[in-house]
Write a protein that binds this ligand. Structure first.
Ligand code: BGC
Length: 257
């Protein structure tokens, strides 16, 4: 495997999701995997300790990799400590994930919110590459994740999926899981998305929206239905965004606090 060709400080990205834990070393020159990605099914329950064990197994598949590790978590992350768990095991709240994973793997680990990782990756390598001003990257999945990136600088933990709109938590009505759960037509879902993105327009006056999450591969079925004043485009890194963004984050944080 290509792991033998890794440079000594090639960062490694791990995307911790509800169904799979994916990881690969990342070539930051091009924003792509430097070796074939590995995937392990997310265990149930997926408490921090259990997940740390999975990370060890995953890393064992890349003996040539010894750079810093970035890990995505679908929750608030402040200085390595997880602060919310809307769609993951409640045991994550209050966990110092940087410390736990650094201890478990013997490597330098930096944890980042999943949407923030995707946002960093899309701005550096993907749909918002080279764009200045305010880019809002949203991921439409089980929840709604968000990344606010201004002139390439991330403002972390924006959590715009949890805005209350018309008395509802936005992600409960507008995430892709709501479309599936309520069996909404694309037209009906697009109406909810329009209300959501209009709200974001009023609050932030962004220059660009980027829409990620698995459903973004069907963007042509719903993005044209949104009546917005702001340009809105699908993410381009697709399911690589988490791993690539996590590695990018780790490389930027390595050696720091
Ligand atoms: C969480 C966010 C996360 C998003 C997407 C939300 O429920 O609060 O932290 O980014 O889901 O996974």
């Amino acid at each position: 495997m290509a792991a033998t060709t890794l440079g000594p400080s090639t960062p490694f990205g791990i995307d911790f999701g509800g169904t799979g834990i994916k990881g690969a070393p990342v070539d930051l020159e091009v924003g792509d995997f430097a070796a074939e990605r590995a995937r392990i099914r997310t265990p149930k329950p997926s408490t921090p300790e259990v997940v740390a064990g999975v990370f060890r197994d995953l890393l064992a598949q890349f003996p040539g990799s010894d750079g810093p590790i970035g890990v995505t978590v679908p929750g608030i992350v402040r200085h390595g400590v997880v602060g919310s768990a809307a769609n993951i095991d409640p045991a994550w709240v209050g966990t110092d994930a940087d410390a736990l994973f650094t201890e478990a793997t013997g490597r330098e680990v930096h944890v980042v919110n999943d949407a923030d990782a995707a946002g960093l990756a899309e701005v550096r390598y993907g749909a918002a590459r080279g764009r200045r001003g305010l880019v809002i990257v949203t991921t439409l999945g089980t929840g709604i994740g968000s990344a606010l990136v201004h002139d390439g600088v991330l403002v972390p933990n924006s959590e715009l999926g949890h805005l209350e709109i018309d008395g509802h938590v936005a992600e409960k009505r507008a995430a892709n899981s709501a479309r599936e759960r309520e069996d909404l037509s694309m037209a009906d879902w697009a109406e909810r998305l329009t209300a959501y993105y209009h709200h974001l327009e009023r609050l932030f006056s962004p220059d660009l929206f980027v829409v990620g999450g698995g459903i973004s591969k069907r963007a042509d079925e719903f993005l044209p239905l949104l009546g917005l004043d702001t340009e809105i485009v699908p993410a381009t890194l697709r399911n690589k965004a988490g791993v690539v963004g996590a590695a990018l984050y780790a490389a930027g944080s390595a050696g720091g606090a």
